[in-house]
Design a protein around this ligand. Structure first.
Ligand code: HEC
Ligand code: HEC
Ligand code: HEC
Ligand code: HEC
Ligand code: HEC
Ligand code: HEC
Ligand code: HEC
Ligand code: HEC
Length: 408
């Protein structure tokens, strides 16, 4: 299943020779491709191989979001992958359906990859699934924008593939398998497939808490790689120490950045890792996999149990559980009627503060109650006014003070 694209090691070398690059705020010499950690794609077996012995996991994963990330462009029929409407003209869409080779995304937005001058590049327009319209996509808020201002040279392999495909080798610009597959989280498994043993495959459940969560952070934590112009953790594989390859962005006190609002909550999508690592639950040793089933589930966002019925949080929280909150009836804690959306734990502790294709689509993972005080005189969203949009933060803060007198 390997594909060889025109962009060879030689092309990369030539591209790098021209000028010194601007990386991480300092001028550094371009890193020579030969010195990059290469990835031995012959060690990968492919998920179909894993399916021979782990069919249940395979069947569940196959239909999950991780397997719908990057797909060939198909605009009609039961296998349709294009949700965007190419009949709608827009100044934000300077390309046609026939130019599209791969489509990325299926839930919030779609972006499109085509071949320009022999290289797979990302087109400068995206489709918002929620708003059903075309939007500009230039990556201007991304740290890498100054390195790749011209979309015609915005390489899929440099800027995207490491997080959307498996076993990506930057030197050859090839991948072992498309999408986030078994071997994205379990490491290469050819040896294991030939002679199954727990010694020759990574099981995140057997890693230390830190190494284990890093398997997810490699893609779900916004940041920068070390020492190259790529936008993903080049050379990282499940089980390795992520900090040797990747530096996650941290919130800055009272400052709004591309990733965070000024109070440290999620400002955009895919910052679950950046925010969760600041939570009390992370400090208590919890992992992404305490709430999410990596192999897919029937719930929204692959949660183990439903979050909208509170079943997920009730696994560990609530009356009779060691962790709070303590109450006889739920309304004592939530101050909304029991069946109200205002009584869902995630409504207040995971508000949709993050922008995806439009605002308020991605849930904050600090799990803090985001006080309306954070919104007074600032654009920060909070846990109350995302629902009570016709009211002011002052109104909400007044209620909160009466309902939660102990809150600072
Ligand atoms: C020929 C059958 C076979 C194939 C193919 C196979 N496995 Fe396994 N796998 C097993 C067996 C058997 C075990 C249990 C080994 C043991 O307990 O010693 C196992 C165990 C595992 C474990 C758990 C290890 C642990 O620490 O408990 C993981 C994770 C795993 N396999 C992933 C994979 C992945 C990913 C692939 C594809 C790259 C794959 N397997 C392909 C048979 C297979
Ligand atoms: C560091 C890893 C990483 C890089 C680099 C990356 N992405 Fe993503 N991307 C993700 C993750 C993780 C998500 C899932 C959304 C979330 O977690 O909030 C995502 C989501 C998306 C989505 C929305 C998917 C959907 O179903 O709606 C699109 C479209 C997308 N990325 C396109 C791109 C493009 C194009 C690039 C390159 C310019 C890129 N991404 C680079 C990790 C990455
Ligand atoms: C997004 C990351 C991810 C992907 C993709 C993924 N896994 Fe896993 N897998 C995990 C994690 C995390 C665990 C350990 C915790 C758990 O069971 O949720 C695990 C555990 C396992 C185990 C061991 C279960 C046990 O009994 O201990 C097997 C076997 C396995 N996965 C097979 C697969 C196969 C086969 C695929 C592909 C079809 C796959 N996984 C895809 C993350 C992933
Ligand atoms: C190689 C990159 C990569 C790794 C590793 C990875 N993810 Fe993802 N994840 C993505 C991308 C990209 C998406 C968006 C997929 C889409 O929208 O089609 C995503 C989507 C998700 C979603 C949303 C699912 C949905 O139904 O919309 C959850 C939850 C998630 N990942 C959890 C995890 C967890 C937990 C781990 C670690 C065990 C993990 N991911 C590891 C890249 C990754
Ligand atoms: C305490 C439980 C919990 C933990 C821990 C957790 N999540 Fe989530 N996550 C959720 C819930 C609940 C949702 C939203 C489900 C819904 O809308 O029904 C969610 C949503 C998501 C989504 C969908 C996009 C979004 O931002 O709304 C992704 C991706 C995701 N989580 C990834 C992760 C990753 C990666 C980690 C670890 C760094 C993690 N989560 C840790 C509970 C958790
Ligand atoms: C696997 C168990 C588990 C699950 C599931 C879980 N939590 Fe937790 N949660 C904990 C633990 C343990 C703590 C830490 C308690 C402590 O150290 O005081 C905690 C702490 C918290 C805190 C901080 C409490 C404080 O002291 O300020 C909040 C808020 C919270 N969880 C919300 C949620 C929400 C919302 C969900 C559902 C989306 C959820 N949790 C799911 C185990 C869990
Ligand atoms: C209407 C908003 C709202 C809803 C809904 C809500 N909470 Fe809270 N929660 C708060 C506020 C406000 C605090 C106080 C925050 C603080 O002290 O920092 C809090 C505090 C907590 C705490 C820490 C303090 C304590 O009492 O132990 C936990 C744990 C918690 N909530 C869990 C949950 C769970 C689980 C659910 C769902 C059953 C839930 N919350 C639903 C607003 C809410
Ligand atoms: C997920 C949406 C949601 C969130 C978040 C939410 N509410 Fe509500 N709120 C509702 C709904 C729906 C009602 C209607 C009555 C009911 O269901 O209890 C309501 C009713 C109310 C009322 C009584 C009716 C009124 O409008 O005067 C007050 C006061 C109120 N909410 C304040 C708050 C405050 C303060 C917060 C933050 C701590 C908050 N709400 C968070 C949805 C929400």
């Amino acid at each position: 299943m390997k594909l060889l694209f025109c962009l060879s090691a030689l092309c990369l070398l030539l591209a790098g020779l021209g000028s010194s690059m601007f990386i991480g705020g300092a001028h550094t010499d371009p890193v020579q491709p030969e010195t990059w950690p290469r990835l031995d794609q012959t060690q990968y077996a492919g998920s179909k191989k894993c399916a021979e012995c782990h069919k249940t996991y395979y069947d569940s994963w196959k239909d999950s979001a991780h397997n719908k990330m990057i797909r060939p462009a198909i605009s009609e029929g039961p296998n349709r992958t294009i949700l965007a409407d190419f009949s709608i003209p827009s100044p934000d869409r300077t390309f046609e359906l026939k130019d599209v080779k791969w489509v990325i995304g299926h839930r919030w937005k779609q972006r499109f990859i085509g071949v320009v001058n022999g290289q797979e590049v990302v087109f400068p327009g995206q489709w918002s699934i929620k708003d059903k319209k075309w939007q500009p996509y230039h990556g201007k808020a991304d740290w890498w924008y100054p390195l790749h201002p011209d979309w015609k040279t915005r390489s899929n392999f440099k800027l995207c593939a490491g997080c959307h495909s498996t076993g990506v080798d930057p030197v050859s610009s090839t991948w072992a398998e498309q999408n986030i597959t078994c071997e994205s989280c379990h490491g290469p498994g050819k040896a294991h497939s030939k002679q199954p043993s727990i010694e020759n495959i990574v099981n995140p459940a057997r890693l230390s808490t830190e190494r284990s969560i890093e398997v997810c952070l490699a893609c779900h934590q916004a940041g920068k790689p070390k020492g190259n112009e790529y936008a993903w953790a080049v050379g990282y594989q499940a089980g390795k120490k992520l900090s040797e390859f990747w530096q996650g962005f941290e919130p800055q006190a009272d400052k709004q950045t591309s990733e965070f609002w000024s109070n440290g909550t999620a400002h955009k999508n895919r910052v679950q890792g950046n925010t969760f690592t600041h939570s009390i639950m992370h400090a208590a040793g919890l992992q992404c996999s305490n709430c999410h089933d990596s192999h897919g589930s029937r719930q929204v966002s692959m949660t183990i149990k439903s979050a909208s019925t509170n079943a997920l949080c009730f696994t560990c929280h609530g009356p009779g559980k060691t962790v709070g909150p303590k109450y006889a009836v739920i309304s004592e804690h939530t101050h909304h009627s029991p069946n109200s959306t205002g009584s869902q734990c995630i409504s207040c502790h995971m508000p949709k503060t993050g922008e995806n294709s439009v605002g308020a689509e991605s849930r904050d993972h600090t799990f803090n109650f985001v006080s309306p005080a954070a919104s007074i005189g600032k654009p920060n969203p909070n846990s109350c006014n995302l629902c009570h949009q016709d009211k002011t933060p002052e109104w909400a803060l007044d209620q909160v003070k009466r309902w939660y007198p102990k809150l600072k």
